[in-house]
Design a protein around this ligand. Sequence first.
Ligand SMILES: Nc1nc2c(c(=O)[nH]1)N[C@H]1C(S)=C(S)[C@@H](COP(=O)(O)OP(=O)(O)OC[C@H]3O[C@@H](n4cnc5c(=O)[nH]c(N)nc54)[C@H](O)[C@@H]3O)O[C@H]1N2
Ligand SMILES: Nc1nc2c(c(=O)[nH]1)N[C@H]1C(S)=C(S)[C@@H](COP(=O)(O)OP(=O)(O)OC[C@H]3O[C@@H](n4cnc5c(=O)[nH]c(N)nc54)[C@H](O)[C@@H]3O)O[C@H]1N2
Ligand SMILES: [Mo]
Length: 730
Amino acid sequence: MTTPAPAETASDTQTHYRICPLCHEDPDRLRQPLIRRNGRHEPATWDEAFALIEQRLTPLLATHGKDALALSVGNPTAHRMGLLLYFARLARATGSRNIFSASTLDQMPKQLSSGWMFGHWLSVAVPDIERCQHLVILGANPAVSNGSMWTVPDFRGKAKALRARGGRLVTIDPRRTETAQLADEHHFIRPGGDVFLLAAMARTLLDDGLPARFERLRPMIRGLDALPAALADFTPERCAPLCGLSPEAIRQLARGLAAADAGCLYARIGTCTQAYGTLASWLVDVINTLCGHLDAPGGAMFARAAAFAQNTQGRPGLGRGISTGRHRSRVSGAPEVYGELPITCLAEEIETPGQGQVRALITCATNPVLSSPGGPRLAQALSTLDFMVSVDIYLNETTRHADVILPGLSALEEAHYDVAFPQLSHRNHARYSLPVFDAPAGHPPEWQTLLRLTAIVTGRGADADVLALDDELLDSELRRLAGDDAQALRAALGPSQGPQRLLDIALRSGPYGDQFGRQPGGLNLATLAQTPGGIDLGPLQPRLPELLRTPSGAVELAPPELLADMARARAALEPAPGHAAPAEATPTGPAAPLMIIGRREVRSNNSWMHNLPTLSKGAERCTLLMHPDDAALRGLAAGSLVRVHNGHGSVQAPLVCTDELMPGVVSLPHGWGHDLSGAQLRVAARRPGANLNALLDDAARDPLSGNAVLSGEAVWVEPAAASASMAAVS
Ligand SMILES: Nc1nc2c(c(=O)[nH]1)N[C@H]1C(S)=C(S)[C@@H](COP(=O)(O)OP(=O)(O)OC[C@H]3O[C@@H](n4cnc5c(=O)[nH]c(N)nc54)[C@H](O)[C@@H]3O)O[C@H]1N2
Ligand SMILES: Nc1nc2c(c(=O)[nH]1)N[C@H]1C(S)=C(S)[C@@H](COP(=O)(O)OP(=O)(O)OC[C@H]3O[C@@H](n4cnc5c(=O)[nH]c(N)nc54)[C@H](O)[C@@H]3O)O[C@H]1N2
Ligand SMILES: [Mo]
């Protein structure tokens, strides 16, 4: 299933990229809707596309009910104001329980543990790096990723400044990453072993006695008393084999943090995408709290975002908290978390007949055929759907299954405000960017496309007046928020519509806002738009207890769900009678499995930037990294093509030998595998790379958050067929 190489050369394609290495100029980026007819995607008008959606979706929903329509939304949504604000409206309007997203391939464990501890899903503590003197980074590579659940532009510059002022940077990762190369100290960790490292660190802190700095937090927290028992079994000695760090190193990491006046432990995707993701995410905040670094300058602090932040709304210091499991997935019984089900449940929900079976799907800015474990299975399932719509800018591995593809505008053709990221920022700020180019005539912005889909699924039809619908939705939201003042607020907003209007409301009613005139000089969209570089709202400020929205009004240090889940980790600690501990039992010979992890790269963004010549030229990036000793043991030559396989799949990639990998661990980046027929990604197809997710188990999840396990799956590596190997090296 290989797409034939296109006739044009790389230099032909490069002439299309005069402005910037964004997809704006990519000739493969879709500029009009596509409809699939007789297995081929053909250009169509917007009216034809929406009419077909109405014609197919309406009877399907009438016959099979709301849950027959699933929605799946992906990462670029977070970077487009219209998508983020209006996808939520569409999802709500469908009333479907089958809502999926890339969050369960990513940060759901951190959102869940933060929700339980602080009362809201986006109350996530981030390092105050500009004042930090001791930063420990676990399972994250901000030098490449630019920070995640931590908005921190120019991480490199900030890391260097931290060291220049005498601070210390420590990294813990199965790979000596680009971030590790900036650090004073690096430790390897066994993939999936974080909960054991963190529990042993927390136990060390309790054993040592908490620093005086902790006393500031004591009156604001609940559950401290439950920790000693929960952590009792997790001695550094028992945890060491499971995490791969020595007991001395574990103690020293805990004591280093406790001794620092301004210190912070930051952990990210490496600690989330594993079977103990929520436990690990929680223990990170437990450690920061026990050290007294939570909510302290230079420690782990909370942003106060100018707009859209739930933790700036409602009654300060108290709230309903969060809940999960309001419904469960039909086939596996996975609990709903933050309104979603795990994306790795989507395939089985399509495959399994019965009441509530998923028969239709709307995808929005997501490519789960490559980005989710079990992608080949999902692709097969998508091909059996009765109807599929993709709101997407490419005909790719996922959208090739869609009956209708509805493309958005290029990022340069729309205004932008980051709805989510300022809530996770290392510094408070607000920035609004105006479009660089006018939108092409007749091409609706994505918020209007999503509203038209909303109109269709709510029975108003494809010809509904979407601007009237926008007004209507706004009015009902204003009534809910402002009650009797709704009319006055509406009048104060003027004639704007869509995401801009929502942004204006959010800014004006936000913590720096003009409060619709009651706070002269405060923020509104008009003033922000006049400051193209954005407005610096200053360093992070302590926010406890005001930020909290827990029912108790305290930081919940020991949520019952997490205490209960510690039993799983405890079971892994205790070797079965007469057996060696799991880590010690791991075979080490040439036939031994290796543990596979992923990797990010500056020139690649998940699965969708491989079609841009500027980013894809140069050395092959989809390579398998392996420690030289592991390669020697298996007789594998550096530069050769190797086959990586297990019970889930088999892929091939060129081998790179490097001691930056922990022995026993191999690394392959995700988002590759552009050799599936029916996609139109002509540059990417030339060097398709291998799909890491074809090797991962789509049934492996963190039971609390539903997050997929992406780290530590066992694989075997052997030389690929000799003929294929020659082709790859030539
Ligand atoms: N093994 C492994 N798998 C992983 C990860 C990992 O570390 N290891 N990382 C996971 C993470 S953190 C994430 S976030 C997910 C990402 O997974 P997804 O959310 O599925 O994101 P992508 O695969 O990048 O696909 C993005 C899609 O959005 C489309 N798109 C781009 N811009 C726009 C736009 O402006 N509008 C619209 N409508 N569409 C647009 C692209 O064409 C593409 O189809 O991958 C996850 N998968
Ligand atoms: N250039 C670029 N930037 C990106 C992206 C991209 O694809 N390219 N993706 C964006 C997205 S969607 C996200 S979510 C963020 C992610 O941002 P980061 O969290 O910084 O992501 P990674 O670079 O994948 O770093 C994860 C690290 O965890 C390590 N790791 C793997 N398994 C384990 C484990 O079991 N335990 C521990 N402790 N570590 C482990 C990996 O070796 C890797 O170094 O990046 C964002 N930024
Ligand atoms: Mo992500």
